[in-house]
Structure formats: structure tokens, C-alpha cells
Design a binder for this molecule. Structure first.
Ligand code: SF4
Ligand code: SF4
Length: 299
């Protein structure tokens, strides 16, 4: 009897990308990366040594369990082609063989930074690149793991959940709710400074909140960065840099390291909070000067 359990097959396709999501994957916690590689069969990744070539995958009839795509899609061969064909054609061929399709990062989800250049007028993410016929064999709606880059744990969590439960609940943008129902603000070590409206005096300091001057998008950005942390230890906001909202579909925006204001009031207030409520609370908080919050944490 053959007791060998067949591992689910993963194919990682790269389109127009800086390779950032691949770097992120390879920076994962070593134990969890090993668990991932032990649990799945990563049959193809362009940056890793594998026995399979992309050409083989495009021609052969075999099924792919998980098709992971990093990078934006275009139909313009002058921008990008692979194996003598447009990336959109290669994508469609592979999608027809796949059960699950996962956009790895913001570029694959909606076009990301590449979509911002006016001359790139047909650059888009997976959902816009594919029509009903292309995705008719998928057993699950397209999953968008936004982020620039995506957190390696978001990839692992999604794949292990699908392996075990066959589906993951998604929000209205196709992102797994388990990951993207949180805000980057949740779990930030600067919450007390936010509540008492104590602003950070500069980047890279331990003290102060980065919302008031440095453009922090934590209170309106869906991600669990401050819950599961990067490299198991840190996040942008913990290190004293603002969240730049890389998981939202309007990323990247202009002037991301400053807070746009009108008569001293931020143009955008935390998600779900009315401007009136924000102004009332901020006004009250500002009237109190808490000495401890205006001092260095480590003296
Ligand atoms: S730095 Fe950003 S994430 Fe942290 S408390 Fe301030 S607004 Fe929230
Ligand atoms: S903290 Fe904000 S900018 Fe940084 S990875 Fe998380 S969502 Fe993206």
C-alpha cells in the first residue's frame, strides 16, 4: 500500500513585479517556511531551483492546486512577455488548470504602483485581467492578498486554511477576513499617544503617534501587521515610521509621509469615526497635558 500522501501542488507565476513578495516569502520565520515547504509541493517558482519549467506547465495537462501570482498583468507584449507569449495569455492557460487563484501582493490584486503610470493604460490585477470563462474551473473566488509586500504569514495562513477547510471568508475586496478585518492601528504600541493626541516629533523615535504629522494610515488600513508582526518582532509603526496603507486599493498615494490637513484638522480621520466625533475627542484630549507622555520612555 502506498502511504505517501500527495501534497497540494503550488505554482508561483511572476508578472510585472519588483520581486518584493518573493523576498518577503523567503524572509519568513525559518520553521514556518520549512513547514510550508514540507506541506506543499512548490513545483515552480522562477527565482528558485525547481525541476519543472514554466513551458512544461503551460503545455502539460496536469492540475495545479494553488496558482499564486506575483505582479501586475498586461496584454501589451512590449511591457512584458514570458515564454514567447503575453503574460495575460500564460496566466489564462494556467488558471484553466488551477483550483485556487491567489493574488500575491498589491500589484497582482489591482495593478499596484504600475497602474499609476498613465502610459500603462492596460495594467491591472488578476480580477480585471480574467473574465467569467477564464475562471470557470476555479473552485473558489479569486483571493487578493494585498500588501507591498505581502506578509509571509498571510500567504501561509491562507494556504493552510484552504488546504484544511477548502475555503476562506473574504471581504468585499476579495481579501481574507481573518487577516484584513483588523486595522494596522490595532496593537500599535503608540495607541496611548494617539488617544491623548501626542504627536511624534520625528521619524524613528519611540515616543509619539505618527498620525498627526507623519501621515500614518494605521487607523484606516486593513491589515494585522501590529498583531502578528514582521520578522516576528516589529512593524513600521513600532519602529517609528508611519503605516503607508499598502494593503488598500488606493496605494500608493502622493506625499505619503505627511498628514494632509485643513486648518490643522486631518483631511481623513480614523475609519468609521465622524469628523465631529474626532474633533470633540481630540479637543478634549488636547486640553490635558500628560507629562509622562511628553517625556522620553528610556531616560
Ligand atoms: S502610529 Fe499609526 S498605527 Fe500607531 S497609534 Fe499612531 S496612528 Fe495608530
Ligand atoms: S504597517 Fe501599513 S504600510 Fe506597513 S506593511 Fe502593514 S499595512 Fe503595509
Amino acid at each position: 500500500m502506498n502511504n505517501k500522501i500527495k501534497k497540494p501542488k503550488i505554482v508561483w507565476l511572476q508578472a510585472i513585479t519588483c520581486n518584493g513578495n518573493t523576498h518577503s516569502l523567503l524572509s519568513a520565520n525559518a520553521n514556518r517556511l520549512k513547514l510550508f515547504l514540507d506541506s506543499f509541493d512548490l513545483v515552480y517558482h522562477p527565482s528558485l531551483t525547481t525541476d519543472t519549467l514554466l513551458n512544461d506547465l503551460l503545455i502539460e495537462k496536469n492540475e495545479i492546486d494553488f496558482l499564486l501570482v506575483e505582479g501586475a498583468i498586461t496584454s501589451n507584449k512590449d511591457f512584458f512577455q514570458i515564454s514567447d507569449q503575453g503574460i495575460n495569455e500564460a496566466l489564462k492557460k494556467l488558471v484553466l488548470k488551477s483550483k485556487y487563484l491567489i493574488a500575491i501582493g498589491s500589484c497582482a490584486s489591482y495593478g499596484g504602483v504600475h497602474q499609476k503610470f498613465e502610459q500603462n493604460d492596460d495594467i491591472c490585477g488578476l480580477t480585471d485581467a480574467l473574465d467569467e470563462t477564464d475562471i470557470s474551473y476555479l473552485t473558489h473566488p479569486i483571493i487578493n492578498l494585498t500588501g507591498c509586500p505581502v506578509h509571509p504569514e498571510w500567504i501561509f495562513q491562507t494556504l493552510f486554511s484552504l488546504k484544511e477547510y477548502k475555503k476562506v471568508p473574504l471581504d468585499e475586496k476579495g481579501r481574507p477576513k481573518e487577516i484584513y478585518s483588523y486595522l494596522a492601528h490595532h496593537g500599535c504600541t503608540r495607541n496611548e499617544y494617539f488617544e491623548w493626541k501626542v504627536e511624534a516629533k520625528s521619524f524613528g523615535l519611540k515616543e509619539g503617534c505618527l498620525f498627526y504629522e507623519q501621515g500614518c494610515r494605521g487607523p484606516m488600513t486593513h491589515s494585522n501587521c501590529n498583531k502578528i508582526l514582521w520578522n516576528d518582532v516589529n512593524t513600521k509603526t513600532r519602529a517609528g515610521m508611519p503605516c503607508i496603507g499598502c494593503t488598500e486599493f488606493d496605494f500608493p498615494r502622493n506625499n505619503m509621509l505627511e498628514t494632509k490637513k485643513n486648518i490643522g484638522i486631518p483631511d481623513e480621520v480614523p475609519l468609521g469615526v465622524t469628523k465631529r466625533a474626532y474633533l470633540s475627542l481630540a479637543g478634549v484630549a488636547k486640553t490635558f497635558k500628560i507629562d509622562r507622555l511628553n517625556e522620553k520612555i528610556i531616560k
